[in-house]
Design a protein around this ligand. Structure first.
Ligand code: NAD
Length: 259
């Protein structure tokens, strides 16, 4: 018996590091997974990995900034995979820009994907979960949303927004049996992080590996966190074991403080 037998989960950003790890873990524990991402090829790779491991998944390419596209993903997932009662919002973007050089369109893009995209997913999936008598949802925020990022003010503000949005959604849906929480990773070894360190290394004249290692050295536990470790916390929050936990933001950061 898996923790998510006979449940259907939507995972956004499921072509990325954290989203893929969540899709794989939920499927390994019995969930049928609707894999959605703006990058069709990466989403298809995730679906193929789930199926290769004996799980059930289907791909639904979509842009989380479009309410119409997200509603279509949810409707298609219900038709193909069954009642949607679980959701993970892992789609996200980051662009490292010093505060005074952050362009207006960069601010808008970050807010659209990270904050509006999370809102649209939680609303669409929340409506279905309420209809089915309950469910659980997790949005991936960040420890950056609890503090400050002078080179990513847009990112930190969007993630602070996600933490707040999740609390509001949780309070709105609690009476319907729908729990909503956020997970705040520290530094995860994914494409997103590797891209930042390639950029930083070019500016500071070091190598991406040295730049990454220097950051890892600042983390109290002395290392970065794997996507799989983040997924374990997501799965815990989605599972019945967390039945009394809602409206919370859970750090998975090795003790790293961002402020
Ligand atoms: P990633 O780049 O590997 O994955 C992000 C995924 O989101 C990609 O597959 C991308 O195609 C998808 N995406 C981007 N824009 C989209 C859009 N408009 N519509 C649909 N999908 C879209 O990054 P990751 O590290 O796996 O990040 C996942 C989440 O975790 C993000 O929200 C990120 O902010 C958050 N996070 C990451 C870290 C880290 O250190 N990597 C730390 C804290 C929080």
């Amino acid at each position: 018996m898996g923790r998510f037998d006979d449940r259907t989960a939507i995972v956004s950003g499921a072509g990325g590091g954290i989203g893929r790890a969540c899709a794989l873990l939920l499927a390994a524990e019995g969930a049928r997974v609707a894999v959605t991402d703006i990058a069709r090829d990466r989403a298809e790779e995730t679906t193929a990995l789930v199926r290769a491991a004996g799980g059930v998944a289907a791909t639904y390419p979509a842009d989380v900034t479009s309410g119409a596209e997200i509603n279509e993903v949810v409707a298609s997932a219900e038709r193909d995979l069954g009642p949607v009662t679980l959701a993970v919002g892992a789609a996200g973007i980051i662009r490292n820009r010093p505060f005074l050089e952050l362009p207006e369109e960069g601010w808008d893009a970050t807010m659209a994907v990270n904050l509006k995209g999370t809102f649209l997913l939680l609303q669409a999936a929340g409506r279905r979960a309420r209809e089915h008598g309950g469910g659980s949802m997790v949005a991936i925020a960040s420890v950056a949303g609890r503090g400050a990022r002078p080179t990513s003010a847009d990112y930190a503000a969007s993630k602070a927004g996600v933490i707040s949005l999740v609390r509001s959604a949780a309070q709105a849906l609690a009476a319907d049996g729908v729990r909503v929480n956020s997970v705040c990773p520290g530094v995860v070894d994914t494409d997103m992080t590797r891209a930042i360190h390639r950029e930083r290394a070019a500016i500071t004249g070091t190598t991406p590996e040295k730049s990454f290692a220097a950051l890892a050295g600042q983390i109290p536990l002395g290392r970065t966190v794997s996507p799989g470790e983040v997924a374990e916390t997501v799965a815990f929050l989605l599972s019945p074991t967390a039945s009394y936990i809602t409206a919370q933001a859970v750090n998975v950061c090795g003790g790293l403080e961002m402020d």
